[in-house]
Design a binder for this molecule. Structure first.
Ligand code: GLY
Length: 565
């Protein structure tokens, strides 16, 4: 029953929080084309900031830093300095570097911290308020990426974000409605009322300023990591924790480290795909999806053929069953990555797919080897030198735990909900987790973020990623398929309505327009339950065309904007 409540709340949130558009009506359109460089992000002002850096000779990492901090101001529902994320970088020589700046559980976290005395999960404790926050990784991640690959002055890269915060900017319609939806919670959970955010009703084009955030960003601009993890900002975070009974301490902040991880790499037909490894499940999951799908002739069947939809849904179920069993923080658990990605293993999983009938969730177990509230955000960048960044960052839910750090002006994450609070009990995305993703002090919670870069014949081909909680994995997968199997322009591939299966709950979620009525009947007859919902993901991507120019794919489901030159 509780499970149903979670799922209902999750779906209701999505239904009320996303604008409904019939994406299928969009023709096979092409995105904007650029000769040399491009940035695609969730907000026009952040894309503009990135474009300026690129035009001034900055490289993709410089632009990523500037875009990341700009999003923390103009897109606070997901852009952040109080959250974390992952960054995949490909140099123009084809070297890959993948950075994990995921949040960590505070040292005082305990395995059963979200359970009541009967061992049941306490509603909302891992999602709202101070107790839901993990130790933020974003600032450490940006400094680390910049120290290794940046070329422009650190402080100058933060200037546009500081100016936007200090001088203010005009809200978009989505920005206003995001804030309106969150007013009550922000007021309830912030111990120092953030007057700049609390308003009777926000309208599009209203001006908003973030003066405290401007000061925090100025400290980060001057002092780098220490501007956040030590000194005044750390003091403000720890005081906020004390007022709200949260767990993050000075030691947690000072001890936070982002980590360069081994990339996940695999090939699919003529393509080499590189994505993020654990503690994100994204890379392994898409490797498994492509590893299963390659045994079927989906190109011949076509994108809307029953067989294509069936094998995609059935593959997705199996991947999410494996995810629940095996994936977690690699610093804490042994993950059988090689086995999960093995060709033979995924061939075997694919061979389990029955064309006569959909599998029941209970029939699918993890293989044997012998709710976003989907307010994450992604940006894709290619610079004029040919370097590429694919980065996804999040507070987890929209506005994270809804706590604005008093005097510091930024939201904290509610990433602790990405742990499995109780094995078998769903989190806000309805995702089930197991022992591998149980809570432990200083452990990183499992993510679905899938910042990805695709090569064709050794050349940069595509930079792609999306927000969307558990649907991130399936949206990245389907967008790549739309281009490489179904020959769509990138923008059309991004526009095309998506569907998603995550094993449990055992139904296909789909966007309006994805399936004709008769297809829904056929899928029902096959044993698939389907539920229509609103937007799945907001994919921001770049495709390198045959003539060397680039196409930007900015998702029409949000304010996403591609800019290039
Ligand atoms: N917080 C969403 C994710 O990391 O998957």
């Amino acid at each position: 029953m509780k499970y149903l409540n979670y799922i209902t709340a999750f779906l209701l949130f999505i239904i009320t929080s996303c604008e409904h558009k019939n994406i299928a009506e969009t023709p096979n359109r092409q995105g904007i084309i650029a000769d040399k460089a491009m940035v695609v992000s969730a907000h026009p002002l952040a894309s503009k900031v990135g474009l300026e850096v690129l035009k001034n000779g900055g490289n993709a990492v410089d632009a990523a830093v500037a875009v990341h901090f700009a999003l923390a101001v103009v897109y606070p529902v997901a852009g952040n300095i109080g959250g974390g994320g992952f960054l995949v970088y490909r140099t123009n020589e084809g070297e890959y570097h993948t950075l994990d700046y995921r949040e960590k559980a505070p040292a005082m976290a305990k395995r059963n911290m979200y359970l009541d005395s009967d061992g049941k999960v306490i509603d909302e404790k891992s999602r709202l308020g101070h107790y839901a926050a993990g130790v933020p990784g974003s600032v450490h991640g940006m400094v680390t990426a910049h120290q290794k690959f940046g070329s422009k002055n650190w402080g100058e890269l933060l200037e546009p974000a500081i100016n936007l915060a200090r001088n203010g900017f005009k809200l978009t319609e989505n920005g206003a409605s995001n804030l309106n939806r969150a007013q009550e919670r922000i007021e309830k959970y912030s111990t120092v009322k953030p007057e700049n955010l609390l308003h009777n009703y926000w309208n599009a084009r209203d001006s908003i300023q973030y003066k405290d955030l401007a000061e925090t960003l100025t400290r980060i601009a001057k002092n780098g990591k220490a501007g956040f993890y030590e000194g005044e900002t750390a003091r403000l975070i720890v005081e906020e924790m004390k007022r709200g009974k949260g767990l993050i301490s000075f030691d947690d902040l000072k001890g936070y480290e982002s980590i360069w991880r081994e990339p996940i790499q695999f090939s699919y037909k003529d393509y080499k795909i590189t994505s993020m490894g654990p503690p994100s499940s994204g890379g392994v999951a898409i490797a498994q999806l492509f590893g299963m799908i390659e045994h079927f002739t989906i190109q011949d069947w076509g994108i809307d053929h029953i067989n294509t939809i069936h094998v995609i849904a059935e593959s997705e179920k199996r991947v999410f069953a494996d995810r629940a069993e095996y994936l977690g923080d690699p610093d804490f658990v042994q993950i059988p990555i090689d086995k999960l990605m093995e060709r033979k293993y995924n061939q075997l999983r694919a061979s389990e797919i029955n064309f006569e009938h959909a599998s029941m969730a209970d029939e699918i177990k993890a293989g044997n080897f012998g709710k976003e509230h989907e307010e994450t955000t992604h940006f894709s960048i290619v610079d004029q030198y040919g370097n590429a960044v694919s980065s996804t960052t999040t507070l987890n839910g929209g506005f994270g735990n809804h706590v604005v750090v008093g005097g510091a002006g930024f939201f904290l994450n509610n990433e602790m909900d990405d742990f499995s609070a109780l094995p078998g009990s769903p989190n806000m995305y309805g995702l089930i987790g197991g022992e591998a993703n149980s809570i432990a002090p200083a452990k990183r919670m499992l993510s679905s973020m899938t910042p990805t870069i695709v090569e064709k014949n050794g050349q940069l081909f595509m930079v792609v990623g999306t927000p969307g909680g558990s649907t991130i994995i399936t949206s990245v997968f389907q967008t790549i398929l739309n281009v490489v199997e179904f020959n769509m322009n990138l923008q059309a591939a991004v526009d095309y309505p998506r569907f998603h299966h995550q094993w449990r709950p055992n139904y296909i979620q789909y966007e309006k327009g994805r399936f004709e009525d008769n297809m829904i009947e056929i899928l029902n007859e096959l044993g698939h339950e389907l539920r229509e919902r609103t937007a799945i993901g907001r994919v921001d991507a770049i495709l390198v065309l045959k003539d060397g120019k680039m196409e930007g794919g900015a998702d029409p489901r949000g304010d996403d904007t591609a800019l290039g030159f």
